[in-house]
Design a protein around this ligand. Structure first.
Ligand SMILES: [Zn+2]
Length: 181
């Protein structure tokens, strides 16, 4: 559900079976996002929003609601760029180093640059299109190494190091970037 709020613009309401309370966060498109328990009524969701208004104003970096449409457009462009690049770059490195994955998925999560699931699906964040190529490649090599090691063990890092000798430095530099818009 979306609440159209005079102050915050479009607020995304996510009804989540697992959430027990209300949680506020910022979506990758800069919108306010609230996650509420599954059976929360729209009326109650609006009330949660109103009672937390002051806290939200003070604590959450909501981007200018007037520019939400512009950011949606930016995200579309980023997705287009990502679609034309990331799956091919992943395929290139997989072939080069002899990895096999089942699927490449593009995501736009807030905190993760990539992930690798146990069914060998690799997710890459479209925000990678905004970071330098060497860091983008590092994330791809990191996720490929997860195909053999589903953890961050010594063996995992040793494998990342085989294909990216500067991985420590790249991991650190990546922290200066944010996947959102
Ligand atoms: Zn990892």
């Amino acid at each position: 559900m979306i609440i159209k709020d005079a102050e915050f613009g479009e607020v995304l309401v996510r009804k989540n079976a697992l959430s027990r309370g209300v949680r506020f966060s910022i979506s990758t498109s800069g919108r306010l996002q609230m996650s509420v328990p599954k059976y929360t009524s729209d009326f109650l969701a609006k009330r949660f929003l109103n009672t937390n208004r002051k806290m939200i104003r003070e604590k959450l970096p909501i981007k200018n609601p007037k520019e939400q449409k512009a950011r949606d457009y930016q995200k579309k462009l980023l997705m287009k760029k990502a679609r034309e690049y990331l799956p091919y770059r992943l395929e290139y490195y997989a072939k080069l180093y002899g990895y096999s994955y089942s699927k490449c998925r593009l995501s736009h999560a807030n905190t993760r640059w990539g992930s690798c699931s146990s069914n060998k699906t690799i997710s890459l964040n479209i925000g990678l299109m905004k970071v330098p190529e060497v860091l983008r490649d590092y994330v791809i090599l990191h996720e490929l190494a997860h195909l053999n090691h589903m953890d961050h063990s010594k063996a995992f890092w040793a494998e990342v190091g085989l294909h990216d000798k500067n991985y420590k430095n790249h991991e650190k530099k990546l922290k200066n970037f944010n996947p959102g818009l």
